[in-house]
Design a binder for this molecule. Structure first.
Ligand SMILES: Nc1ncnc2c1ncn2[C@@H]1O[C@H](COP(=O)(O)OP(=O)(O)OP(=O)(O)O)[C@@H](O)[C@H]1O
Ligand SMILES: [Mg+2]
Length: 274
């Protein structure tokens, strides 16, 4: 299959898609003389999952760093909730409700789950010298919020380091939702996980979507992206190979586009026994 065989994007009536929460038009980024990203357009609306796919070095992390305020774009426009923005700091994006969850989650492994859930935003009660952490309330809230995301942890006092990778990712998603995220950006949350755990994380992505959040999900695995995604942005060496709605691309077409179908075929020949 060649890229040319992909159907061109039809023009959908506006009513079918929600208003974008986040949108980029022709966005690009250079690091010194390295052009990491150029001319990328995509958007995500409430209750939608935008998957960003591409091989190593395709520009996926660069793309989400622009969305989350870690890096500024050097060209194009970024619109957040309909307003053009240029974030100087991740805090600015976070204050608007754009939260990024990175793969190397910033957790304190020996601290309980509830403590990690409230890390940096601890609830206290009392005043002055009598000010204490409100442990009971933080415990209860953590349990409740995890439950709302369908995460059943009997004991929120467990050190977070004893949870599986998938569970930790899920706690991070629940945390972002609780602290007011309208858009969550996930950088390869499933790449280090086995099949079952990846499934766990995918189901939390679906939950977040069903609660009306916009989700930007970065992965290089079409089999993780396809079942949960509504739209697919395919990146290759810093440029966009297209932004497709699910109805416009099959998983086979996506896989072939990503791997460079011809390259894989050539490799298959090379690997054949003489
Ligand atoms: N801080 C930086 N300085 C210079 N070049 C960078 C920097 N960050 C990324 N790059 C380059 O930009 C390109 C895109 O990198 P990026 O990390 O966005 O890719 P990626 O799709 O996330 O890859 P991976 O799947 O390996 O995480 C690469 O060629 C990379 O070497
Ligand atoms: Mg990356």
């Amino acid at each position: 299959m060649t890229p040319g065989s992909i159907r061109p994007e039809p023009i959908l009536p506006a009513a079918i898609r929600p208003e974008p929460l986040l949108e980029v038009q022709g966005v690009g980024k250079t690091y010194g003389s390295v052009r990491a990203l150029a001319g990328v357009s995509a958007s995500v609306g409430a209750g939608e999952v935008l998957c960003v796919l591409g091989d190593n070095g395709a520009g996926k992390s660069t793309f989400i760093k622009i969305l989350s305020g870690t890096h500024q774009h050097s060209e194009g426009t970024l619109l957040a909730f309909g307003v053009e923005r240029r974030f100087a700091h991740p805090r600015e994006a976070l204050d608007l409700g754009i939260a990024a969850v990175y793969q190397d989650l910033a957790v304190v492994p020996l601290m309980p789950v509830w403590r990690n859930f409230f890390l940096g935003s601890e609830v206290t009660r009392g005043r002055g010298p009598l000010r204490r952490l409100d442990v009971a309330s933080m415990r209860a809230t953590t349990k409740h919020e995890l439950g709302r995301m369908g995460i059943d942890l009997r004991d929120v006092d467990r050190p977070i380091g004893t949870l599986s990778g998938g569970e930790r990712q899920s706690v991070a998603i629940a945390r972002a939702v609780y602290f007011g995220a309208k858009v969550v950006i996930l950088d390869e949350p499933t790449s280090a996980l086995g099949v079952k755990q990846a499934g766990v994380v995918l189901s939390y992505i679906a939950r977040a979507r069903d609660r009306g959040l916009g989700v930007v999900f970065i992965t290089h695995n079409p089999h993780h992206a396809y079942p949960v995604g509504d739209r697919f942005l395919l990146l290759q060496r810093g440029t966009s190979m297209g932004d497709f709605a699910k109805s416009e691309i099959t998983i086979e077409e996506m896989t072939a586009l990503m791997a460079g179908g011809a390259e894989l075929e050539a490799l298959a020949h090379e690997l054949e026994r003489p």
